[in-house]
Design a protein around this ligand. Sequence first.
Ligand SMILES: Nc1ncnc2c1ncn2[C@@H]1O[C@H](COP(=O)(O)OP(=O)(O)OP(=O)(O)O)[C@@H](O)[C@H]1O
Ligand SMILES: [Mg+2]
Length: 487
Amino acid sequence: MNEKLARLPLKYFDSRTHGETLSRVVNDVDNISSTLQQSLTQFITAFVTLIGVIVMMLSISPLMTLIVVVTLPISLIAIRQITMRSQKHFRSMQQSIGELNGHVEEMFTGHAVVKAFGRERQSVGRFREVNDRLYDASWRAQFISGTIMPIMNVVGNLGYVFVAVAGGILVMRKAITIGDVQAFISYSKQFTMPITQTAQIANIIQSTIASAERVFELLDEPEEVAEPAHTAEISRPKGDVRFEHVKFGYKEDAPLIEDMNIDVKSGQTVAIVGPTGAGKTTLINLLMRFYEVNGGRITIDGTDINQMKRGHLRGMFGMVLQDTWLFNGTIRDNIAYGRLGATDEEVVEAAKAAYADHFIRTLPEGYDTVLNEEATNISQGQKQLLTIARAILADPAILILDEATSSVDTRTEIHIQQAMNELMKGRTCFVIAHRLSTIRDADLILVMNKGSVIEQGTHEQLLARGGFYADLYESQFSGRQRLRHSG
Ligand SMILES: Nc1ncnc2c1ncn2[C@@H]1O[C@H](COP(=O)(O)OP(=O)(O)OP(=O)(O)O)[C@@H](O)[C@H]1O
Ligand SMILES: [Mg+2]
């Protein structure tokens, strides 16, 4: 399942809660494995006992054995009828567990927000609602499958009665001795026992089947488009990036990018600006092949990115995303994540370049400070500096900064920019920024709106044009003026 998760496209994770996926990987797999460990041995014991007992019974009286064996299909029919009715409840039980997990996960991640908006009661209410559904499905499932046991007992006892009657007649006819009948009866008890035992664990088996269905559902999800058989490799990427008539939409029926053409030369710094929701991040998602284009092609150094292995393609990029991702571990480990086998000196070098070194040294534990899972023990801007250091360490051919410095103060931002300029000499760099003052020096500015590039050029060219960019720039500039006046 873990391997499968690695191969699933991002689209899969976009469309469901993490808790739901988590529940499948943790609860359902656990359910299956514990059933296999406990119930399977029970099964084997029951089966072997059954065979032994049948042989013994046959040796005493084939006629009476026939009577006992005839009860077997009756039991099977009864079990089948019951499990058919309870299975759907087991299914909705596992589903509710998944939903419940999703809710709890979400509420814990958004803990502060839930508290800030005073939504504790609603959150608990929603939990109750799902939990009630879980309760309902569970007791129905358990109740229905719980009737298997008594029914098996009835059938078993019926068999017992017939054996006693038939045995009595046989003894009267002096066909067998009374001792044989007695022995037979205890064997027939042993015959029904394993079946009753199996019936007893029927509910466990049923919930396991429900779990297995969920596991296979995940395993059957369509994966990322398979890698082509003959993959192209760029051993020394220069960083020429071209978008040729690219078409894309997150959903089939809602195209976002219609016909995008961009030509970026190696070593250029390209700034992408535009209003919120214009499709800037989408552009990067396509470039990194997090999503597949619906039409047209994207090339790097003239090679279609669809012809490359995803791992190879992504290896050429270093990226700092809009939402920072740090894991539970030391600051050193988090930065070193950028490159396998980075030395301590290299980590410190990268941190210096990202202007993170200073704040790290002021922490009591320095580079060995352990970040918690959500990295709430450092500030948002500091998180960004760490992710920038990580990308610098990766030393990629193409660097992508998506609002990478949005949370740091303007002065640090300019410092980082300068350090970047030094670092990115001769490499291609994509910068997405809302603060236009920081991207003035870019070689090419792409102005995006509603999924298409509406203007491109340098800062001066775009200003002279007096179009969308000029407007945007003016509004930021005058906005600051106004602030200064009121301040
Ligand atoms: N995973 C997704 N599934 C469906 N639609 C999406 C998804 N991600 C983004 N969108 C939609 O695509 C459009 C472009 O989003 P995108 O993230 O590229 O904007 P952006 O230019 O990066 O904005 P921002 O400046 O706020 O980061 C938006 O209208 C958004 O609603
Ligand atoms: Mg974005």
